[in-house]
Design a protein around this ligand. Sequence first.
Ligand code: NDP
Ligand code: 2IT
Length: 446
Amino acid sequence: MKKIINNFISEIERKNSNEPEFMQAVREISENVLPYIISHDIYHGKNILMRMVEPERVLMFRVVWVDDNGEIQVNRGYRVQMNSAIGPYKGGLRFHPTVNLSILKFLALEQVFKNSLTTLPMGAGKGGSDFDPKGKSDGEVMRFCQSFMTELYRYIGPNTDVPAGDIGVGGREIGYMFGQYKKLKKEFTGVLTGKGLSWGGSLIRPEATGYGTVYFAENMLQHVSKSIEGKTVTISGSGNVAQYAAEKCIQLSAKVISMSDSSGTIYDNEGINPEKLAFIMDLKNNKRERISKYLDQYPKAKFLKNKTPWEIKCDIALPCATQNELNEKDAKALIGNGCICVSEGANMPCNPNAIKVFKSNKILYAPGKASNAGGVAVSGLEMAQNSLRYSWSREEVDAKLREIMNLIHKSCLTYGQEEDWVNYEKGANIAGFIKVADAVLAQGIV
Ligand code: NDP
Ligand code: 2IT
């Protein structure tokens, strides 16, 4: 078995040797899925996983725009159209200076399995740019988004490819891109998700990823007869996912004691209450300031400069910032401090050695493709509402999100139950694989 897996990985590595994040995702998926393929005849001899790790199409383009000083700026734009076996390509756009093909291919590959798990008919894609929205004026962000969409619009559409937000892309950016798409195509369609409420957006979409991550943690805890109530929670990040993960934890009577950004972590031992969270949301979403400003208002908190939150004692950890933000040392610190549950809000935030530590200690660990699927799930519900020319109430969308997270949890149990613990990583990968693989096989060699 080990030999088959190693041969497969070497073959993929040969073609993608300069893409470490993509290879990290390939390795994790192969280690879980190849043994399943080998033990199931219908998948033999079809090169099925090889076909799934090769993007259907990769688009890469120049994005030129003029900054406030009249200087011409050049960025690189991308869209990885990974898999359309079960629906139109679907997945976010990331604007961050670190964006490259390796990162977008890892995200697009994760999206294949995640979207499959949601139970909704969505294929998978990911895109973005190395553009850095930080410190840019609204006018600069608008001009960049317009230029980006002037190229991207040719390749997307409500039945082809439906992008959404990710790091650096929120409501503001989606609005500018939607406006440009509409102008170029002369069509008002649900080509993007995460839209504003008055122009085709869905209630609960901004909340969905963070809420879903906490619902998934609740499911895992309930499965071992525990509850989230009264638990101490550390969260990394302070963007969209982190904010609403914090909100849901507080609503469920857990105590959130940290949030972070790329400059460091705030540690508030008294707990972040709704008023403090509203302050953080205003700081991040409107003022676009650094998290350390929290101390101006709440001086009893501590700022851990350039640090992640993982050394802080907690029961539950929710990594909600970025890939590989939690390493082996962090995982050992969490376990040493009595952490019992890690639910990933970000994509691939725990590195492979950290995951090994969680698994060998048999704690409740959920990979992002399962636990953060609530965001894209509500994007799928936004697409459904757009097609119906209708909108569901907050309660209806939240109930559907809840139900989808319950179903994902159930799928993980079906394929990940071990003798005395649940291997959520294995469960998510196999359950996500089966639906896509069956569709690929049914559709012939294309
Ligand atoms: P935001 O841009 O809203 O927030 C990102 C947060 O992560 C910020 O606090 C940012 O800090 C921090 N961060 C980003 N890059 C780094 C880095 N290299 N090192 C340290 N901190 C960093 O993005 P989202 O909240 O939307 O996304 C967060 C994660 O969740 C990502 O992994 C994304 O792929 C994933 N995700 C998002 C979904 C969504 O619906 N938005 C759905 C599913 C997953 P700073 O401001 O300093 O950069
Ligand atoms: O990683 C993700 O699932 C997202 N960034 C959300 C994708 C979407 O299409 O809503």
